[in-house]
Design a protein around this ligand. Structure first.
Ligand SMILES: Nc1nc2c(c(=O)[nH]1)N[C@H]1C(S)=C(S)[C@@H](COP(=O)(O)OP(=O)(O)OC[C@H]3O[C@@H](n4cnc5c(N)ncnc54)[C@H](O)[C@@H]3O)O[C@H]1N2
Ligand code: MOO
Length: 392
């Protein structure tokens, strides 16, 4: 069996290069920018008031001033400035040339069209033209398009961006016991959950999931499933990965020319993981136990999707302090479902006492996967450990 690190390296080696496309900004969220984006505007485009109040000359500030006009956002004042005067002004409005201070209306006494300042603010309350960004400023390729970056690009009047295409991920769950959610299981049947959970992980990582119809435990049914995955950059099978008589994925993938990169990883849960290349696509065979499938989804599937999007594949590990003692570990790297609690320097982390890889209800309650390396010795309350946060 290979280590988790080795398995991850081999999975990432299967990733196809990011495929560029140009999309409207509204479709770019979470993807990596592949082309530089260049601002078409300067922001703010004029000296803008940061407050509701009155624009005046700082030199006149303590004089009694005459209000001779109004400047509102979208409605600039176009009169001629004079000493001894002020302009009623609102947040975001252009500060007319000739005035260099805005005083908050709370600091003003007004009598008809005359005002006096009662208190002076510290700053000028003016945002100078271009203090946010300037025409020609660039957003460099490689960054992930977060909500703030999408807002920034919109403000820069960049309506379309060059990003990586979302990798299409075909999801093939199988087993004679499975029926879709919303149907009544017959005796011996259960409702399929893995395909939907894995599809959600695909979307979280920025991929486009395609859930294929549930396969039966027959070669013919699985063959249909493999054929339906044609055109996807990644085929993810779930179940049928182990050694039982009905575990056909290994045989079928060989028949479909999958060049196996590995089978079995020194990992708990998720040992019977398989990966390989299938023509231009990558293939991941996840184990069927729901928690094992999701753990492998987080550890291997999400990274390969991020790599195909041009994003850093693996987010950095985080750290926490144990709230309980833990026994020594065996030879496989162990990912324990755990809860996080606020702590002094680092959060506290508490693994569940039951780590059964079939218990989805515990996975659903978990905040994190606590990472324990192979042969990790006994750990005690307060020891620092690494974890992978699970998104909620
Ligand atoms: N003799 C051995 N038996 C098993 C071994 C082993 O090494 N030797 N490994 C165990 C481990 S570890 C795992 S994990 C499982 C993996 O088995 P498969 O990948 O072959 O998965 P299945 O047998 O198809 O299913 C396992 C379990 O998960 C349920 N399942 C499957 N698909 C779904 C789905 N889409 N939604 C919900 N639940 C699903 C299935 O009903 C089974 O209960 O093998 C162990 N056995
Ligand atoms: O490794 Mo299995 O994936 O323990 O449940």
């Amino acid at each position: 069996m290979i280590t988790v690190e080795e398995a991850l390296a081999r999975v990432l080696a299967l990733a196809s290069a990011p495929r560029p496309e140009t999309v409207p900004l509204a479709e770019a969220q979470g993807r990596a920018l592949l082309q530089p984006a260049v601002s078409r505007l300067t922001q703010p485009p004029f000296d803008a008031s940061a407050m509701d109040g009155y624009a005046m000359r700082a030199a006149d500030l303590w004089d009694r001033l005459e209000v001779i006009g109004t400047s509102a956002a979208g409605h600039p004042w176009d009169g001629s400035p004079r000493p001894g005067t002020a302009i009623r002004i609102f947040t975001g409005a252009p500060v007319p040339a000739g005035y260099d201070h805005v005083e908050l209306q709370e600091n003003i006494d007004r009598d008809g069209d005359r005002i006096t300042v009662t208190t002076r603010s510290r700053g000028s309350n003016i945002r100078p033209r271009g203090n946010d960004f300037a025409e020609g400023d660039r957003m460099e390729p490689g960054c992930r398009l977060t909500a703030a970056r999408i807002g920034l690009l919109a403000a820069m009047n960049v309506a379309h961006v060059g990003v990586a295409r979302r990798p299409r991920v075909a999801i093939l769950a199988g087993g004679d016991e499975l029926v879709p959610p919303g149907t009544d299981p017959a005796p011996g049947q259960i409702v399929s959950s893995n395909d939907l959970a894995i599809a959600a992980l695909v979307r979280d990582a920025g991929g486009e999931p395609l859930i294929l119809p549930l396969a039966r435990d027959t070669e013919a049914s699985l063959r249909e499933g493999f054929a339906a995955a044609e055109g996807a950059e990644l085929l993810v099978t779930i179940g049928g990965a182990s050694v039982g008589d009905h575990d056909l994925i290994g045989r079928l993938s060989a028949e479909h020319g999958v060049d196996q990169a590995f089978y079995k990883v020194a990992l708990r849960p998720g040992k019977p993981l398989m990966a390989g290349r299938m023509g231009h696509a990558a293939m991941l065979g996840l184990p069927g136990n729901p928690v094992s499938a999701m753990t492998c989804g987080v550890l291997f599937m999400q990274p390969i999707i991020r790599a195909m999007l041009g994003l850093p594949p693996v987010p950095p590990l985080q750290h926490a302090r144990l709230t309980c003692d833990l026994p020594a570990e065996g030879p496989r790297q162990h990912y324990l479902r755990a809860c996080l609690t606020p702590g002094e320097d680092l959060p506290g982390i508490t693994p569940f006492s039951d780590q059964d890889s079939a218990r989805l209800a515990l996975m659903a309650r978990a905040d994190a996967l606590l990472v324990r390396p192979p042969l990790d010795p006994v750990r005690n309350v307060g020891d620092q450990v690494a974890f992978i946060p699970l998104s909620h």
